[in-house]
Design a protein around this ligand. Structure first.
Ligand code: PHE
Length: 341
């Protein structure tokens, strides 16, 4: 192989170099350890001595030519590749996104708890809380619920392994906690989770209540009726019919259950109100003197009223939800309907 043959090959091959990969192959072919240039140098040894110097110079010149081409071409191809990549990955930061990021929203139950809380705050109540793991003593004993009372039954109550503790079955123990901590007058509500062994379309083993407690020297049953009626009017944003039925709770005397005219059928009778035209929404009554005394409050001097409402029930009625489970399954299709809350 002669220098000019290799040069010819070089001139031909260099036209075919289109990519960095081609270039690397090309480089191996001419400049590699066993490449054409090396071969020329090897053959140089067998050339006649008087021609070696001249031939060596020619090979060196050719090598420089090839090297400079490789350098040049590498630069060019790298630049080309970069430009192509920039074009391909072009990004207009000012372009509006094609999907709007979904914003989180309030859970309908949280929204209803907040709404209820705001209404009572507007009537001068403050907010108290208590633990969900509660002492049996606060959940039952001090609320005048005797040891044999059916509410204490294992059927209804989640007892914990630790003796004397349970998952609170209502928010009423916060009445006790409040009275142990504060001297009257008190005027509080206590929203929170409660637990019962219950499971059907209108009962969930965990649900929400809001407790209310007012204790001072003068409060009476009529005050309680006004507060509850006013609350219901504000919550349902209309003059709902309200009915007070005599009832029984160990911790109130007298006790009442409060019904509203069915907001689904307008009182005509439907599935939701079981054709009675009325819906039970609240339990309430005058705080039993035994409860006041158990908390160290002078029952001769002070009186109070208390109430408890089921938040889930209120939310179901307000938004026409027919199964309490919807609130706890977190199906996005259900929750999405409340994005505006
Ligand atoms: N704690 C009662 C319940 O869960 C509701 C209630 C509260 C009734 C306060 C009267 C007074 O059913």
């Amino acid at each position: 192989m002669t220098v000019s043959e290799v040069r010819e090959r070089f001139l031909k091959e260099k036209e075919a170099v289109k990519t960095l990969k081609d270039l690397e192959n090309f480089r191996q072919l001419f400049l590699g350890k066993k490449g054409l240039i090396s071969q020329l140098f090897k053959e140089l040894r067998s050339a006649p001595p008087e021609k070696r110097k001249e031939l060596g110079r020619e090979i060196n010149l050719l090598r420089e030519e090839v090297e400079s081409f490789v350098r040049q071409k590498a630069k060019e191809l790298k630049e080309k590749e970069l430009q192509e990549r920039l074009r391909r990955e072009r990004l207009d930061a000012a372009l509006p996104g094609d999907t709007v990021l979904p914003l989180g929203a309030k859970h309908p139950l949280s929204a209803v708890v907040e709404e209820i809380t705001e209404i009572f705050k507007g009537m001068g109540f403050t907010v108290e809380t208590g633990p969900e793991v509660e002492k049996e003593e606060y959940n039952f004993d001090m609320l005048n619920i005797p040891k044999e009372h059916p509410a204490r039954d294992m059927q209804d109550t989640f007892y914990l392994n630790r003796k004397g503790y349970l998952l609170r079955t209502h928010t009423s123990p916060v009445q006790v906690r409040t009275l142990l901590k504060k001297r009257p007058p008190v005027q509080i509500i206590a929203p929170g989770r409660v637990y019962r062994r219950d499971d059907d379309p209108t009962h969930s083993p965990m649900f929400f209540q809001v407790e209310g407690l007012v204790v001072n020297e003068t409060v009476n049953f009529a005050h309680m009726m006004w507060v509850l009626k006013e609350f219901l009017r504000r919550f349902f944003e209309t003059e709902v019919p309200v009915r007070f039925r005599p009832s029984y709770f160990p911790f109130t005397e007298p006790s009442t259950e409060v019904d509203i005219g069915c907001v689904i059928c307008g009182g005509e009778g439907c599935r939701v109100c079981k054709n009675t035209g009325w819906l039970e929404v609240l339990g309430a009554g005058m705080v039993h003197p035994a409860v006041l005394e158990a908390c160290g409050v002078d029952a001769e001097r002070y009186r109070g009223f208390a109430f408890g409402l089921g938040v889930d029930r209120f939310a179901m009625l307000k938004y026409g939800v027919d199964n309490i489970k919807h609130f706890y399954e977190n199906d996005a299709r259900f929750l999405r309907q409340f994005l505006s809350l």
